[in-house]
Structure formats: structure tokens, C-alpha cells
Design a protein around this ligand. Structure first.
Ligand code: FO1
Length: 322
């Protein structure tokens, strides 16, 4: 499956209840990854790992349950003395005390010469994850968002990194373009193209189409591999009744000229996915999804917990064309 962060992690937690986890490969977005305090932080990989490891903070959806924040509190002392523009003391991106161990381990292993796929497998094993997690690429790809000009800034254009947009600005700023720096030269992560080619079903998680699924598609070869398996690709809409359940997917779709609806998602995914699973709230738009070129499966897609997640996994596996 193709996976972003929280929505994908919850879907995967359902999927591994209904299929043997050893038969599941999750190809995870890495374009949100960031260097902070000298550490490599991979939020989507960690969200999936902690969720499948049963250790995620269920309310936040990211980070570890029962986390403590002593290091961030101590770092705040230096925030006041850091020179302007220096990220050395920044605390707006909160790294929990126990979560820090993951970034310490990952960074040390990368510095020893391991690649991100090897380290991801090691971290997943340490958390008892039984399905295969693969970064979309082991090369560096970075999501950058261009801010829509406002009258206040005199029409100047500014660009933000993904976490600046998502966390620092709480995705409350309007965006006029998104690009994935480095994607054109990135190689698919080990086994990514093979997993797509050989999978019985390729599931696209209910993740943000622009900034979670978009970067995976931007890795050369991935869109072509999906297109070749189009009949077997089933996507779950992250948009329900015109709104994202979490995060800025609805606003980003609108700002970038797409329809913030299941129909907008269908128009984006139709070239390489045959089936779209939409929520019952969107049953009335099934005809438009079909007119956009996708088979439409209607069912409950909102995952309140593991029971709904498992039912959604069943729905995506059973109803898509085999
Ligand atoms: N999200 C926040 O809203 N605020 C944070 O301070 C924050 C820290 C953080 C640390 C580690 C990690 O793995 C994820 C973290 N996230 C935080 C979530 C992250 O920004 C998003 O989940 C993804 O990048 C979007 O998929």
C-alpha cells in the first residue's frame, strides 16, 4: 500500500487484523522528513511504526503515548539566545524524550553508512512491526510549498518547508504551488516497484493526495508501475463530505485548483487507480466518481478505532476488482 502519516497508520492497523502482516508492504512518504538538532526525523515512517507497534499517542496520532517533554523544555532556554534564523533552539516542532531515541538511532545508523530502508526495517523490528515498511525512496526528497501572495506582502512569493507549513504555521496559510525537490532524480526505495508489480491489491491509504501520496507518485517509475496495475489499485478517499477528516487536504486541493470532494480525488487518481472507496456520506456522488473514470465503492470509511479500521480494510480488499 501507499502510505502517508496518521490516516495510513490507522488503516494499516486495521489491515493487519484481516490479512497476514507478513504479506503487507507499506510504501511510506518520506518527503516530510526533516533534519532538526542534527537528527534525521521521519514523521510518517515513525507514525506508521509506532501505530503498528501499539505505542502511538492515539489522541495526537503521532509520537509516543505517555511521552515526556523534558528535553524540549530544557531546549527552550536556548531558543532565546539563538541568533535570528538559527534553528538550533527551535521548539515549535516537539520531539518527545522517548521519541528522540528513534531519531538518535536512525541518525547514528545513517552516519555509519546504512541507508534509510535498512534503518527503517531495524526500527520497525524493534517495535515488533510484522509488515514490511519501505521508504518511498532512500534519496532525499523535500516537499516545499509556495505561499499564495497576499496584499500585505506586496505580492512577494515565499516558500516553506513542509513542517514549517504543517506545524509552525498550523497549515493555516494559503498555498499556490507545491513541489517535491529532488524527486526527479530519486530512485524508488528497495522493493517498491516489485511490491506494486506483484501485489494482489495495491491500496492507496486515506492520506493527503497532494502532500502524502503526491510525493510517492513523483518518484520516477512509481506512477508507471501503478498504471500498469491500474485494475488492482484501490484508493480510499481522505475527503468525506467535502472535508478532510484531519489536516489540510481539503484546503490544499481547493488552493491548487482541484475539487475538494471525492470527485476531485477521483479525477486525480483515475489515471492509475481503478477503484475509489468513498464514505456513505458521499453516496450521492458515486455517479460523478464513475464519470471521472473510477469504480465507486461506498461504505463507512471513518475509522473511530481498530474495529472500523478492520472493517474498512475488508471493504477495500473484498470489493475491489481482483
Ligand atoms: N505534529 C505537530 O502538529 N506538532 C509537532 O510538534 C509534531 C512533532 C512531531 C515529531 C515527530 C513526529 O514523528 C511527528 C511529529 N508531528 C508533529 C507530526 C508530523 O508533523 C505530521 O504527522 C506529518 O509530517 C504529516 O503527515
Amino acid at each position: 500500500m501507499l502510505a502517508g502519516g496518521v490516516g495510513a497508520a490507522r488503516y494499516l492497523a486495521g489491515l493487519v487484523q484481516v490479512v497476514d502482516p507478513s504479506e503487507v508492504t507499506a510504501v511510506v512518504n518520506t518527503a516530510d522528513d526533516v533534519w532538526l538538532h542534527g537528527l534525521r526525523v521521519c514523521p510518517d515512517l515513525d507514525t506508521v511504526t509506532y501505530t503498528l507497534g501499539g505505542a502511538v499517542d492515539g489522541d495526537r496520532g503521532w509520537g509516543l503515548v505517555d511521552e515526556t517533554w523534558a528535553t524540549m523544555a530544557a531546549l527552550a532556554r536556548y531558543e532565546q539566545v539563538a541568533p535570528p534564523g538559527s534553528p538550533a533552539g527551535l521548539t515549535w516542532f516537539r520531539l518527545g524524550d522517548r521519541d528522540l531515541a528513534t531519531h538518535l538511532y536512525r541518525t547514528a545508523r545513517l552516519e555509519e553508512g546504512a541507508d534509510l530502508a535498512e534503518v527503517t526495517a531495524e526500527v520497525a523490528e524493534a517495535w515488533g512491526v510484522r509488515c514490511r515498511l519501505v521508504p518511498m525512496t532512500t534519496d532525499t526528497v523535500e516537499t516545499r510549498l509556495t505561499l499564495a501572495p497576499t496584499s500585505a506582502d506586496g505580492g512577494a512569493t515565499a516558500e516553506l518547508g513542509f513542517q514549517e507549513y504543517f506545524v509552525q504555521h498550523r497549515h493555516s496559510v494559503a498555498v499556490s504551488a507545491v513541489r517535491f525537490v529532488g524527486a526527479e532524480l530519486a530512485r524508488p526505495g528497495p522493493g517498491v516497484l516489485e511490491a506494486i508489480a506483484e501485489a494482489e491489491r495495491v491500496v492507496v491509504a486515506p492520506s493527503n493526495p497532494i502532500v502524502s501520496i503526491g510525493p510517492i507518485l513523483a518518484v520516477p517509475g512509481v506512477a508507471e508501475a501503478l498504471t500498469a496495475r491500474r485494475a488492482h489499485v484501490v484508493a480510499v478517499s481522505p475527503i468525506v463530505a467535502g472535508a478532510a477528516l484531519r489536516g489540510p487536504a481539503d484546503r490544499l486541493l481547493t488552493e491548487l485548483g482541484h475539487d475538494a470532494s471525492v470527485v476531485g480525488v477521483a479525477r486525480l487518481y483515475a489515471p492509475w487507480a481503478a477503484t475509489l472507496v468513498v464514505d456513505e456520506a458521499d453516496a450521492g456522488r458515486a455517479g460523478e466518481v464513475e464519470a471521472a473514470g473510477m469504480c465507486c465503492v461506498v461504505g463507512p470509511t471513518v475509522m473511530h478505532g481498530p474495529v472500523e479500521a478492520a472493517a474498512l480494510a475488508e471493504l477495500t480488499l473484498q470489493r475491489a476488482p481482483a
